[in-house]
Write a new protein. Structure first.
Length: 406
């Protein structure tokens, strides 16, 4: 009954200019839904929704609300929202943010305008104690718009102590938080400690885990190491003492089993066995992060255009890593151009693999600038034009997002 009376009081206070207000509520029939379920009707009042007056009018007799009632509700909402926004802005600016920083923060998360200043100040004080400044906060809000809307005080002291022990120093911890602000939100006992213990149990030490956490922020929330993935890791042939082991384990752990099977099947179409594909992942685990489309196009070019055996990539995994449009194809076509012009040195045979490994500067020096000026100018123009060849119908290709990972 007390809640119903409070509802009536709030309704009277929100509509002070309405005439004959007592008559408006005297009829029990239209007022019955408000008495039976005041929460449903009072919630818009508490939020000062501008359409609240219309809802009351519809409940009463289906007519439009008085103009002065609607205007008054709108004025109250505008004043309160403006006041709340100004208080939050002032709190952020006192903390060190500029007007530009505040505008970016509000753009990324407009709901912060309605946050209570006390709650915001407590969160900003936590960030200040960690060494996070205003420019860092803007970077965090760019990648985690709802960061300040999340609870930061849960197990705070224990969490900071654990993270300091994990990363070894406050400087590295600050770097890790900027890379992954969710370290302050993850379930400490049910997720973070469990994941770190899982990696240690499979042979990834804490010293190896730290750079992985810095390079792959999703390592903690998406870690899954079941029996099937552990079997894949063993079949890569990478020992626990190898420097590549931490990369193999972490990439397999954040990848879906369906994604791994799909990418293995994509390479099996070119004549590889499953064990050969897994050995390839062991030599260069980053191939597992490439899209099936990229791997398929590179393999097709290597086999069909360059006329190299498909299993060349087992010894030269970089062939799958290089970009087809800006790296593999221009250099191969330049080699053919040099052959047609009967120039030397030529880019064919075993030399082609060496040429594809070279940096851009070294490649131009070795195969273009070594010729007379007129010839070199012709070759460099051809090389640049080959780089500008776009993929056919690339602009009309449908972009299908399968979500994380890769």
């Amino acid at each position: 009954m007390r809640s119903k009376l409070n509802a009536l009081i709030r309704l009277y206070s929100i509509l002070p200019t309405a005439q004959n207000l007592h008559t408006f509520f005297s009829n029990a029939s239209p007022f019955k839904p408000i008495i039976c379920c005041p929460r449903f009707y009072v919630k818009p009042v508490l939020a000062v929704r501008e359409d609240f007056a219309k809802k009351l009018a519809i409940i009463r007799d289906g007519t439009d609300p008085p103009v002065e009632v609607s205007d008054h509700v709108e004025n109250i909402a505008t004043v309160r929202n403006r006041k709340s926004s100004e208080e939050v802005s002032n709190a952020l600016m006192r903390w060190g943010c500029t007007e530009h920083d505040v505008s970016i923060i509000f753009l990324r998360n407009p709901s912060l305008r309605n946050m209570t200043v006390k709650c915001l100040q407590s969160k900003l004080q936590i960030l200040r104690n960690l060494g996070i400044c205003s420019s860092d906060l803007v970077k965090i809000m760019q990648c985690r718009p709802r960061f300040l809307s999340c609870r930061l005080s849960t197990d705070l002291e224990e969490r900071i102590e654990y993270l300091l022990n994990l990363f070894g120093s406050r400087e590295i911890l600050l770097k890790a938080i900027l890379r992954n602000p969710s370290l302050l939100n993850y379930d400490l006992h049910g997720r973070m400690k469990l994941v770190v213990a899982t990696y240690e149990s499979v042979g990834v030490s804490r010293d190896d885990l730290i750079p992985m956490l810095l390079s792959r922020p999703t390592l903690i929330p998406r870690c899954v190491l079941d029996d099937e993935k552990m079997d894949y890791i063993r079949r890569t042939g990478v020992s626990k003492d190898s420097k590549m082991y931490k990369y193999v384990v972490t990439i397999f752990s954040v990848s879906r089993t369906e994604t791994i099977c799909e990418k293995i099947a994509n390479l099996e179409k070119f004549g590889f066995s499953k064990d050969e594909v897994l050995k390839l992942f062991g030599r260069n685990p980053f191939i597992l992060t490439f899209s099936t489309d990229k791997v398929q196009r590179n393999m097709t070019f290597i086999c069909a255009t360059m006329k190299l055996p498909a299993k060349t990539v087992l010894d030269e995994p970089f062939l799958l890593c290089k970009n087809l449009e800006t790296w593999l194809r221009p250099r191969f076509f330049l080699g053919q151009k040099i052959d047609d012009m009967d120039l030397a040195p030529r880019v064919n045979g075993p030399v082609i693999l060496t040429a594809l490994r070279m940096t851009e500067k070294r490649f131009i020096k070795a195969f273009i600038n070594c010729h007379p000026e007129a010839v070199a100018e012709e070759l460099i123009m051809f090389y640049k034009s080959a780089k500008c060849i776009k993929r056919i119908a690339g602009s009309s290709k449908k972009c299908i997002r399968y979500g994380f990972p890769f």
